[in-house]
Ligand binder design. Structure first.
Ligand SMILES: Nc1nc2c(ncn2[C@@H]2O[C@H](COP(=O)(O)OP(=O)(O)OP(=O)(O)O)[C@@H](O)[C@H]2O)c(=O)[nH]1
Ligand SMILES: [Mg+2]
Length: 331
C-alpha cells in the first residue's frame, strides 16, 4: 500500500536527516510522527521512526547521566532544558547547593562555610513524568553580587529564594538580597506579572524555601519570613525531611503555571510519558500546536480522558485542558 505522505513531510524529513544535535533531532522526529498519516501503508515508516525516537532518547539520557550536572560556560545564559528553568538564589550558606544536591543527580559542593559555590551549575530534577532544570548559584551578599546573576534571573521561568532559618541574621541577609536585586532593577513578586513598561525593570515570580526548618523550633523565623514576604508561597524545607523536599518540588511545578497533557494514538493504550507542556488554561488547539502547527490546522476534533470529562468525551479545539488530561487528536 502506498504511504501517501503529505508534501510537508518530505521537507521536514530533510531537516531531520540534516540535523546533528540529538535534542533537536528528537523534536523533529516527533513532529514527523505526528504528521504521518496513520494507516497500513505507513506501518513500517512509523515503526522505523519510533525506533529512531527511542534511540535518540537513549543517547540524550546517556549524555545526561554521564555529566549529571553541567557547570555553565557562558554564565549569564544557560540554555533551558526540560519543562521549566528554575534558579535558586539566596544569601551565603543558606542551603542552595544542598537543595540541588538532594533534588537532582548533581553533586554540587556543599560546605559549612559561606561562598562555597563559585559558579552556576545546572542539573535536571525529575517531577513525576517531566524534568525541570534547577540552577544552583553563588550567594548574594553585601560583598558579592556576580554580574551574570542578573541575566540568569531575568531569563528564568521561576526563582526559588532559599532562606536560612538557622541563621540569626536571616532577615538582614534577605534584605541585602532584595536591595542588591533592586539595584539591578529586578523585583521579586509572588505571582507572574506583566513586565513593567520601563524595559530596564523586570519582575520575577518567586517562591520561598524556608530552609533548615528544624532549626527554627519556636517558629519565629518562619513568622518573620511571612512578614517580609506577604502573599508569597513559603515551603518549610530540610534536607533531613524527604516529604518537605517533595512538597517543594510540587510547589515549583505548580508555580510554573503549566499543565501536562498526554497524547494517545487512536485505538492504542495511552503511555503516560513525555507529556506536551502548555500553560494553565491551555486548550486542545494549544496542545496540538505544541506538537506541530500543521497538526493544529488539520485538527477536526479530539477525544479527552481526564478529571473534568467523561472518558473519551468528544471535544472541539477550544476545549480547556487540565493537568494530566489524555488527548486523542483526530485530523
Ligand atoms: N541543619 C541543616 N543544615 C543544612 C540543611 N541544608 C544544608 N545545611 C547545611 O548548611 C550549610 C550550607 O549548605 P550549602 O548547601 O553549601 O549552602 P549554600 O547556600 O549553597 O552556600 P554558598 O554556596 O556558600 O552560598 C552546610 O553545612 C549544610 O550541611 C538543612 O536542611 N538543615
Ligand atoms: Mg552553594
Amino acid at each position: 500500500m502506498p504511504a501517501n505522505l503529505p508534501p510537508d513531510y518530505y521537507q521536514l524529513e530533510r531537516e531531520f536527516r540534516a540535523e546533528k544535535e540529538p535534542r533537536e533531532k528528537l523534536r523533529l522526529a516527533r513532529e514527523l510522527l505526528a504528521l504521518m498519516p496513520k494507516h497500513k501503508g505507513t506501518d513500517k515508516l512509523q515503526a522505523d521512526l519510533k525506533s529512531k525516537i527511542s534511540k535518540l532518547k537513549k543517547t540524550i539520557e546517556g549524555g545526561e547521566k554521564r555529566h549529571g550536572a553541567r557547570v555553565a560556560t557562558a554564565h549569564d545564559h544557560i540554555p533551558p532544558e526540560g519543562a521549566g528553568q528554575i534558579v535558586l538564589i539566596g544569601p551565603p550558606n543558606s542551603g542552595k547547593s544542598s537543595l540541588v544536591d538532594n533534588l537532582t543527580n548533581a553533586k554540587p559542593l556543599v560546605a559549612d562555610y559561606p561562598y562555597t559555590t563559585r559558579e552556576p551549575l545546572a542539573a535536571m530534577m525529575t517531577f513525576e513524568t517531566i524534568q525541570l532544570q534547577l540552577i544552583d548559584t553563588p550567594p548574594i551578599s553585601e560583598e558579592l553580587y556576580e554580574p551574570y546573576m542578573s541575566n540568569l534571573i531575568r531569563s528564568a521561568n521561576l526563582i526559588v529564594l532559599v532562606c536560612d532559618l538557622a541563621n540569626p541574621a536571616m532577615s538582614g541577609n534577605l534584605s541585602v538580597v532584595l536591595r542588591k536585586l533592586e539595584e539591578k532593577r529586578i523585583i521579586l513578586k509572588p505571582e507572574f506579572e506583566a513586565q513593567p513598561d520601563d524595559p530596564r525593570f523586570s519582575v520575577k515570580k518567586t517562591i520561598l524555601a524556608a530552609h533548615k526548618a528544624y532549626d527554627d523550633e519556636s517558629g519565629t523565623k518562619r513568622a518573620d519570613l511571612s512578614k517580609i514576604f506577604p502573599n508569597y508561597r513559603i515551603y518549610p524545607t530540610s534536607i533531613l525531611d524527604e516529604d518537605s523536599l517533595a512538597a517543594l518540588k510540587q510547589g515549583m511545578f505548580e508555580a510554573l503555571n503549566i499543565i501536562r497533557v498526554y497524547t494517545k494514538q487512536i485505538g492504542k493504550e495511552v503511555e503516560l510519558v513525555d507529556p506536551v507542556i502548555i500553560p494553565v488554561g491551555g486548550t486542545v488547539e494549544e496542545a496540538a500546536t505544541a506538537i506541530h502547527k500543521d497538526f493544529a490546522q488539520k485538527l477536526k476534533f479530539a477525544k479527552v480522558w481526564g478529571h473534568h470529562t467523561f472518558d473519551g468525551q468528544r471535544v472541539q479545539r477550544d476545549y480547556r485542558l487540565y493537568d494530566g488530561d489524555i488527548v486523542e487528536f483526530h485530523i
